[in-house]
Design a protein around this ligand. Structure first.
Ligand code: ZN
Length: 585
């Protein structure tokens, strides 16, 4: 586990790098006036509507609405998560990423480990070509219908029989024994010495999304030496609950992937690729985790699970469904495909070919059909009791879905199937966020949300406006969604007025407050319909209106107390002061 990246580092990083350089090295930009333009990399277009502002350190697309800082761009464009994007940006700027809580960040120091893994991959590949016993491996691969081309694309290798082939070879190349142990390639014996972890196996190098070898999977060739499939042990660079075999190759094969297919083993991935199905990935001997799904949804919006039709397969599918609930929302689609008895993807694609197999993928069962199908099969839908049981079982599961349109629709479907009134489902139907979390989607009060939005938006576009107001405590007591966000923004800019718009947004994301970061990014992305000279006047006017609104709220509160006779003397005088001020305005 590594500590959190300090926000001060993110600030500094975004001051040091220029978003124009970051984007220009990936998408060629053209200068137009004070900004840069290109055809948007996130949607198809012929005339450029993708704009990068060096002043704001922010990009925005007028076509599809994509927007963000240099970090946000890397996350979207390279499909990285936040931490990975920070690492990538920092390494480009020659900066080392520090971690809080005294934990040293690992990204750079694992450099050696990646190099060792790459050498090992080379060794195994070479053995498949050269070793005298490699014919057993090649025979096996040919028997599975694999051509040399696909074996090369997946860089398959061979771990020869014997206890220390890899060890001897890599030690001779200057790799230390400690490094080999850390990489999980050799195992230390209690009696001293060591032995190779992988022996007499076909080797599948596992690459992370950036293409680095982080682990191996090995399929047993003969004998009874260990399990049929053996993965690398967890190491500093390999966490099996997060990685997916084949994701790197799938992204390489198709730049614009629309859906990914999750199958059981690496042999399935390779066999499907052999038949032209290049979008399959496999978990590494674990159920599909939350991390896996987040990773996949960063690349595509549709995931199809491919399971055996037997009992074990059905159980695994339900587990995958449960793990997916907390991250399923509109725009993210999960489907389930069950294989006929006794078939696996490998045998099926061989029988039916690419088209036949893909037709099955297209026909996969939707999330809601599978969900309600399984639950209603377990109860007697003809009886009231049975339908009540269905509601009882579905409800806690649906409550795990994020609030939003998708959850609302699932609840409506439940009501329909169970023949109950939607109101009986209570909380399930609310799509509004809880009131404790201030949000811009709350009920509008006298145009105040747009005022709040204006103030925040102007600060994002021109952080220097912070200095226009001497005393920000004038907004204290205002009851208005968005106020905590504004207060946070004010506090940040009072400390660091030099921050760019992009850096401000990342400040929230670095603290794990991605919902607020999202709000800020959207506001920052919207173009201002004001001339540069008018900004200050508009800003001060909006803040003044918010102060008036606060006074109004306070006056209403005090008035009710005065009328009820429960106001203190101090409150009474405050009430009269506010009343006379109100008359002056
Ligand atoms: Zn776009």
């Amino acid at each position: 586990m590594s500590g959190r990246i300090p926000t001060s580092f993110i600030d500094e990083l975004l001051v040091r790098v220029d978003i124009v350089d970051v984007i220009d090295s990936r998408v060629q930009l053209k200068k137009t006036g004070r900004e840069y333009q290109a055809c948007c990399p996130f949607h198809n277009e012929k005339t450029p509507s993708f704009t990068v502002s060096p002043d704001k350190q922010f990009y925005y697309c007028f076509g599809c609405g994509a927007h963000g800082s240099a970090l946000g761009f890397l996350m979207e464009y390279e499909h990285l998560d936040f931490v990975e994007a920070v690492e990538e940006l920092a390494s480009g700027a020659g900066m080392e990423v520090p971690r809080e809580a005294g934990q040293v960040f690992s990204g750079q120091s694992h450099h050696d480990l990646y190099a060792v893994m790459e050498k090992a991959a080379q060794f195994y590949r070479q053995q498949l070509k050269q070793h005298e016993q490699a014919t057993r491996a090649t025979e096996y691969l040919k028997g599975r219908g694999l051509t040399g081309e696909v074996a090369a694309a997946f860089e398959l290798g061979f771990a020869p029989p014997g206890w220390n082939n890899l060890g001897v070879c890599l030690l001779a190349q200057g790799v230390s024994e400690t490094q080999l142990v850390q990489a999980g390639l050799i195992v230390k014996k209690d009696s001293g010495g060591y032995y190779d972890r992988f022996r007499e196996r076909i080797m599948f190098p596992i690459r992370d999304r950036r293409g680095r070898v982080i682990a191996f999977g090995g399929r047993q060739l003969g004998g009874d030496d260990g399990p049929k499939y053996l993965n690398s042990a967890e190491t500093a660079i390999f966490h099996k609950g997060r990685e997916l075999y084949g994701l790197f190759q799938a992204r390489k094969a198709e730049r614009k992937l629309e859906r990914l297919l999750v199958v059981e083993g690496y042999m399935d991935v390779v066999a499907l690729a052999q038949f032209g199905v290049r979008n399959a990935v496999a978990t590494l001997g674990t159920a599909t985790t939350h991390d896996h799904l987040e990773r996949l949804f960063r690349v595509v919006s549709q995931i199809v699970f491919c399971f055996d039709g037997d009992r074990a397969g059905r159980q695994a599918a339900w587990r995958a469904l449960e793990n997916a609930l907390p991250i399923l929302s509109e725009g993210r689609q999960i489907l389930f495909m069950f294989l006929p008895d006794g078939e696996d993807p490998d045998t099926l694609v061989r029988k039916e070919g690419k088209d036949g197999f893909e037709a099955r993928v297209t026909d996969a069962t939707s999330f809601s059909d599978y969900f309600f199908g399984e639950l209603s099969a377990a109860v007697d839908m003809a009886s009231i009791d049975g339908r009540a049981r269905l509601v009882e079982q579905a409800r806690p599961l649906l409550e795990k879905l994020p609030k939003g349109v998708f959850r609302h629709m699932m609840a409506a479907r439940l009501a329909e199937i169970a023949k109950v009134d939607v109101s009986a489902l209570g909380g399930l139907m609310t799509t509004r966020r809880s009131s404790s979390r201030a949000s811009f989607r709350a009920t509008p009060v006298k145009g105040a949300p747009s005022l709040m939005r204006t103030v925040i938006q102007l600060l994002l576009h021109r952080p220097a406006l912070i200095a226009c107001i001497d005393d920000w405590s004038i907004l204290q007591g205002l009851e208005q969604p968005g106020l905590p966000l504004l207060q946070g923004l004010v506090e940040l800019l009072q400390q660091s007025p030099q921050l760019s718009c992009g850096a401000i947004v990342e400040h929230w994301r670095a603290q794990g407050r991605s919902e607020e970061a999202g709000h800020l990014a959207r506001l920052a992305g919207q173009p201002l319909m004001l001339s540069e000279d008018g900004l200050e006047v508009e800003f001060i006017a909006a803040v003044e209106k918010l102060v008036m609104l606060r006074d109004e709220q306070r006056w209403e509160y005090l008035e009710s107390k005065v009328q009820l006779g429960s106001a203190s003397d101090a409150e009474k005088s405050e009430y009269f002061a506010l009343s006379s001020r109100g008359r002056q305005q």
